[in-house]
Write a protein that binds this ligand. Structure first.
Ligand code: FPP
Length: 242
């Protein structure tokens, strides 16, 4: 097995999470959807903190998709404010806890204040190595591959790359995730069994867990149970195990 392919027996090195169900969680309580997103943000803190003990080195979370702009203006702006506040409030603790933060997605549509906070947090935590947290904001798998293809085509046009040298590895190098290993396990909460444009290229051989729990109810204990379940899987990466 190549070094970058994770054996399920050692637990997942890279876990990616589609944090779904905030809206329904709030609705069940007769509260506005943003109330659910705020509760969801508290779970983010708990799950990030649980990673070192669980042996999870890379955690990638889907915070806002390229399709989420279709939501009401008040929900979108409430989420953007939440991301800004989260960065401002959590920066110190993330640094102290050895968390390196990266953001993926297209920043072009995000407001300048948010983008500068994202840049600052990436810089602040650039030397941390205990947990690598990647937050996907204005992220879509197809959009990411399209942007990568554009950059790649530009390199060919400029004569810096020959089309004959383009292979999967070259394309991976142009993705937002180019410094990250592929996810071993993708978790989606809230009972929906779809991938919604998340890490399409990178999840080619990932294991999937679809959990009924709504994201604001997803505890570190349940996270540990899901990871333990991953240990019972046999990963073959298209091959045949002995
Ligand atoms: C999906 O639930 C959730 C989102 C689109 C937002 C995710 C954001 C957070 C968890 C907030 C905190 C994140 C960070 C990084 C601070 P939904 O609204 O689609 O729920 P529903 O399917 O029940 O409507």
């Amino acid at each position: 097995m190549p070094e970058d392919q994770n054996d399920s027996k050692t637990g997942p090195n890279h876990v990616a999470i589609i944090m779904d169900g905030n809206g329904r969680w709030a609705q069940q309580r007769g509260r506005p959807r943003l109330f659910g997103h705020h509760a969801g943000a508290r779970r983010v803190r708990e799950i990030v903190a649980a990673c070192p003990d669980q042996g999870v080195k890379y955690l990638t979370i889907f915070a806002f998709s390229t399709e989420n702009w279709k939501r009401t203006q008040s929900e979108v702006s409430g989420l953007m404010t939440l991301f800004r506040k989260y960065i401002e409030n959590e920066a110190k603790a993330l640094l102290k806890n050895g968390v390196r933060v990266r953001f993926i997605g297209d920043r072009i549509r995000l407001d300048d204040k948010l983008v500068s906070l994202m840049d600052e947090l990436e810089l602040l935590t650039a030397d941390s190595d205990l947990v690598h947290l990647t937050v996907a904001i204005n992220y879509g798998g197809r959009d990411e591959v399209t942007r990568a293809a554009q950059r790649l085509a530009h390199e060919v046009e400029q004569g810096r790359l020959s089309y004959k040298d383009v292979d999967a590895e070259t394309l991976s190098g142009f993705l937002d995730t180019h410094v990250l290993p592929d996810p071993d396990l993708v978790i989606r909460t809230s009972g929906e069994a779809r991938i919604s444009n998340f890490l399409l290229w990178q999840s080619a051989y990932a294991e999937y867990e679809f959990i009924d729990t709504l994201w604001p109810d997803f505890t570190a204990k349940e996270f540990a149970n899901v990871l333990a379940n991953y240990g019972n899987r046999e990963r073959r990466f298209g091959g045949v195990n002995a």
